[in-house]
Design a protein around this ligand. Structure first.
Ligand SMILES: Nc1ncnc2c1ncn2[C@@H]1O[C@H](COP(=O)(O)OP(=O)(O)O)[C@@H](O)[C@H]1O
Ligand SMILES: [Mg+2]
Length: 347
């Protein structure tokens, strides 16, 4: 029996809505080799006609998404509530504003850092806020001051001294004054720095890829830096990187439910959720609806680290299968789209 073909419709900032409907364009926020993986998927096609779509997939780059766009997409979405929707625009602010994500996680008994959030109006009384932040710092010893809806560590400062608060507040206020014009939910947030430093100075950051209530992949990055990124890793980190990835694979069944719940309660059905582990419990810090970054283009760490990983694949693949699953971008995205089809057919 021939299976039915499923149509998917992509919506982005300049794609799939208002007059952009009439200009077939490159899929927004496309990941390396995603299109190849997509095209390899049986019984799945891209449609340029929303009415013929079975599935809508929102691809708007979060940090560039204006309120105006969100409103317009929400209006459009009302006419299509019969379709399967991936990363529904209606839950956009739940993950885009980190303070909202924290609040939703807290309300659902998931762990995350303690935080304070200040709107642009509250920032008129900067002395009052500065005092609140100083108290917060006294309690948690080390904190992060940042905007609530930027990515890639932009507008992010780690602080451990009261003297730094005012200077950074002024910088951040200028920053968010610009952002708030198009994104009203922009705030300054002050976040407990989750200290997870090991005795030899390393911190490990966990990232798990979730699709329709299933864990599809994960990786753990490790670094001695305060703000850690996968691209910072070098050959020095290889041993720990492999060990931490292996250990997390073993722990996963125990923390799986919390991880799946963290994505679901925000209203997402695809995303990479980031967290730290404290006493083997995940403390969630953010959800990236469409992951990107260094690991999605170049793999793990620097060139030496990648060479090592590729050269030793045969010995390592059983120990850290997740690492090799991730690095096979074509296969990875093919499996994502195949899972989307399976989900659609079984729902
Ligand atoms: N509460 C926290 N405690 C410790 N480190 C944090 C915390 N929040 C963020 N970080 C560090 O800062 C990095 C960037 O923060 P993140 O919330 O992921 O924002 P983004 O990736 O959007 O810039 C993280 O990878 C992590 O290393
Ligand atoms: Mg991040």
């Amino acid at each position: 029996m021939k299976s039915k073909n499923i149509n998917i419709y992509f919506i982005g900032r300049r794609q799939g809505h208002s007059f952009y409907r009439f200009f077939p364009s490159k899929i927004e926020n496309l990941r390396k080799d995603e299109e190849i993986g997509f095209k390899k998927t049986n019984n799945l096609s891209r449609t340029h006609n929303i009415n013929s779509a079975n599935i809508l997939f929102y691809r708007n780059k979060p940090e560039k998404t204006t309120d105006q766009l969100v409103n317009s997409l929400i209006q459009q979405s009302k006419k299509h509530d019969d379709k399967l929707v991936i990363n529904d625009i209606n839950s956009f602010y739940n993950y885009d504003s980190k303070d909202r994500a924290f609040k939703i996680w807290q309300d659902n008994n998931l762990l995350c850092p303690k935080f304070l959030a200040f709107s642009i109006l509250e920032l008129n009384d900067i002395n009052k806020i500065s005092k609140k932040i100083a108290e917060f710092l006294k309690k948690y010893k080390k904190i992060i001051l940042r905007s609530n809806n930027e990515t890639g560590s932009r507008g992010l400062y780690v602080i451990d001294s009261v003297n730094e608060i005012d200077i950074i507040l002024i910088k951040l206020k200028k920053r968010i004054n610009k952002l708030v014009k198009y994104r009203k939910d922009t705030k300054i947030i002050c976040v407990e720095y989750l200290e997870t430093k090991s005795t030899n100075g390393y911190r490990d950051l966990y990232r798990v890829h979730v699709l329709f209530n299933k864990i599809i992949c994960f990786y753990v990055s490790t670094s001695k830096k305060d703000i850690l990124y996968n691209s910072l890793m070098s050959e020095k980190e290889i041993e720990r990187f492999i060990r931490k990835n292996h250990e997390f694979g073993l722990l996963l069944p125990k923390v799986k439910n919390d991880i799946l719940k963290s994505v679901e309660v925000l209203g997402n059905n695809i995303g990479a959720v980031e967290f730290f582990l404290i006493k083997n419990k995940p403390y969630f810090i953010e959800l990236n609806p469409l992951w990107g970054g260094h690991a999605a283009r170049n793999g793990f760490g620097n060139d030496n680290m990648m060479t090592y990983l590729l050269k030793n694949k045969n010995e390592l693949i059983n120990k850290v299968p997740n690492i090799y699953k991730w690095l096979d971008y074509k296969g990875f995205y093919n499996s994502i789209y195949s899972n989307i089809i399976d989900y659609y057919n079984n729902k």
